[in-house]
Ligand binder design. Structure first.
Ligand code: AMP
Ligand code: ZN
Length: 138
């Protein structure tokens, strides 16, 4: 993936502020932070989205996310934090190389993540759950 900005960072062709590195993972600061300390956890392999990650790599990514989260907590003593990943253009993904975001949060930082919620009518909730349960057992 020649034009992938994260591959370029991983290959050392593009600058970044690395905070942690393992054999398979690089963690660096987001250049457009929601709050200072906003950090990305990125597999070195170019994999586009969450559901394409092999289980071992996913486990490693989660362990690394935990290590870096604890360091962010010690560094900034935030009031909370978000961990998230956007998957697909319509879900807000702008770099199509998988990454977890870790963002420290502060009581008065003014950031709002919660959208207007939808409602289930009648037995819709039951039907939706049934569909997902069926796909898990398939
Ligand atoms: P997403 O929109 O969830 O795909 O997140 C991509 C993130 O990558 C955004 O928050 C960008 O600010 C960040 N980003 C894009 N280019 C760079 C870069 N060169 N170095 C660090 N972060 C970047
Ligand atoms: Zn890439």
């Amino acid at each position: 993936m020649k034009e992938c900005v994260f591959c370029k960072i991983i290959n050392g062709q593009y600058p970044s502020e690395v905070v942690y590195e393992t054999e398979n993972i690089l963690s660096f600061l987001d250049v457009n932070p929601i709050n200072h300390g906003h950090t990305l956890i990125v597999p070195k392999q170019h994999i586009e989205d969450f559901h394409s990650l092999p289980t071992d790599l996913l486990n490693e990514l989660i362990q690394t996310t935990s290590i870096v989260t604890k360091a962010i907590l010690k560094s900034f003593n935030p009031d909370g934090y978000n961990i998230f990943c956007n998957n697909g253009h319509y879900a807000g993904q702008s770099v199509f190389h998988f990454h977890f975001h870790i963002t420290p949060r502060f009581r008065f930082d003014g950031i709002k993540f919660k959208p207007n919620v939808k409602r289930y009518k009648n037995d819709e909730m039951k039907l939706v759950a049934e569909k997902i349960r069926e796909m898990i057992s398939n």
